[in-house]
Design a protein around this ligand. Structure first.
Ligand SMILES: NC(=O)c1ccc[n+]([C@@H]2O[C@H](COP(=O)([O-])OP(=O)(O)OC[C@H]3O[C@@H](n4cnc5c(N)ncnc54)[C@H](OP(=O)(O)O)[C@@H]3O)[C@@H](O)[C@H]2O)c1
Length: 322
């Protein structure tokens, strides 16, 4: 049996719990250590997810000699500092999205990973979703002809949160573009590539963060219309229209379980609900990379994370201009 990859988790909030639940179901992974600024939270997390060790500080986790890869699950404003510290300690890093708050941060993180010869990947888990991969295969094999239009949104109602919530607080890297806007931008990038121009408009909360952002991406022969927001309920589907047909990703599309292809009056559907298990495909890709000594994933590379960061930065420039 292939050896198990030895994981650590730093920052033990909501997403760390979901991730650790999925990690438990991956036979080629084991959770060695978990670390939180709050020792009691670390102990409770250790018990809930059968980790071998609980640390009340991150540094001890980074220097645990048994750990190969650390998942950074803290708030956006801490991603760079925590990633850099783990890389300095010689650990591989899977860091929550967005990898950095801007491209300057992302470049620094990539440069240090290269200098340290350590693995680094942004946790853009939708890249590994089987339904989204199927959509990409259908497009690549010409099933919808030439792709001309992409629509994707990510929205839910959350305007009732307090100003200190991570989504509302600019000091915590808040705002919908950084939190959920990266997903529709990812899909446009994954399917259509880098746009030649982006226009965008936002509505802002009193704290100054964007709570609704609409984006239009212009390509030589296609357009993408994207939206993210916490002001409305939504079915959160995404679709790609081409000259010969259309692909629909059922909502929440960023974790799609079903994908549909419609052409010439006929619809076929593929259902991945029995195999598409949340963060599992992302974890399996990291395991494969670590096991084979790769320092970056070919499926979500350093450059992919940087290009996504560039798109986010262009949207920020546009919404600030107004
Ligand atoms: N992949 C996904 O599906 C997904 C979904 C939601 C969020 N995310 C990303 O995951 C990250 C964490 O989101 P979350 O929803 O898990 O956040 P959360 O539960 O609010 O907090 C996560 C951790 O952040 C640390 N933290 C640092 N400064 C903090 C502060 N001032 N207030 C509160 N916590 C602070 C804490 O770590 P300690 O335990 O060490 O104290 C906390 O446990 C974000 O980067 C977000 O963009 C990803």
């Amino acid at each position: 049996m292939a050896k198990k990859i030895k994981w650590g988790i730093a920052g033990l909030g909501n997403i760390a719990r979901k991730f650790a639940g999925d990690l438990k179901g991956v036979s080629q992974a084991e959770l060695i250590g978990v670390a939180s600024t709050d020792g009691d939270r670390a102990k409770a997390f250790q018990q809930a997810f059968d980790a071998q060790k609980a640390y009340d500080n991150y540094e001890d986790l980074y220097h645990d000699p048994n750990i190969e890869i650390i998942y950074i699950a803290s708030l956006n404003q801490n991603h760079k500092e925590m990633t850099m510290a783990a890389l300095q300690a010689g650990k591989g890093v899977l860091c929550e999205k967005p990898l950095g708050l801007n491209t300057a941060e992302i470049k620094e993180m990539i440069a240090l990973a290269q200098k340290q010869n350590c693995f680094l990947m942004e946790a853009m888990w939708s890249r590994f979703n089987p339904a989204i991969q199927k959509a990409k295969q259908w497009i690549a094999s010409g099933q919808i002809g030439e792709p001309k239009f992409l629509y994707a949104e990510f929205s839910f109602y959350r305007l009732n949160i307090d100003a200190s919530h991570r989504l509302m607080d600019p000091k915590k890297g808040g705002g919908v573009l950084l939190d959920i806007g990266v997903y529709p931008l990812f899909l446009a990038y994954f399917i259509l590539g880098m746009p030649k121009n982006i226009t965008a408009q936002s509505l802002f909360a009193k704290t100054g963060v964007d709570v609704q952002t609409s984006m239009i991406l212009e390509y030589n022969n296609a357009q993408a219309v994207l939206y993210c927001g916490i002001a409305n309920q939504s079915d959160n589907h995404a679709k790609v229209g081409g000259t010969d047909g259309e692909i629909l990703l059922h909502g929440f599309w960023h974790n799609a379980q079903k994908v549909e292809l419609t052409k010439a009056g006929t619809t076929i559907q593929e259902d991945f609900s029995s195999t598409s298990k949340g963060y599992v495909p992302e974890i399996e890709e990291v395991n494969r990379c670590i096991a084979s000594g790769k320092k970056e994933s070919e499926l979500w590379s350093h450059n992919d994370a940087l290009e996504l960061g560039r798109m986010v930065e262009q949207v920020f420039e546009k919404i600030k201009e107004r």
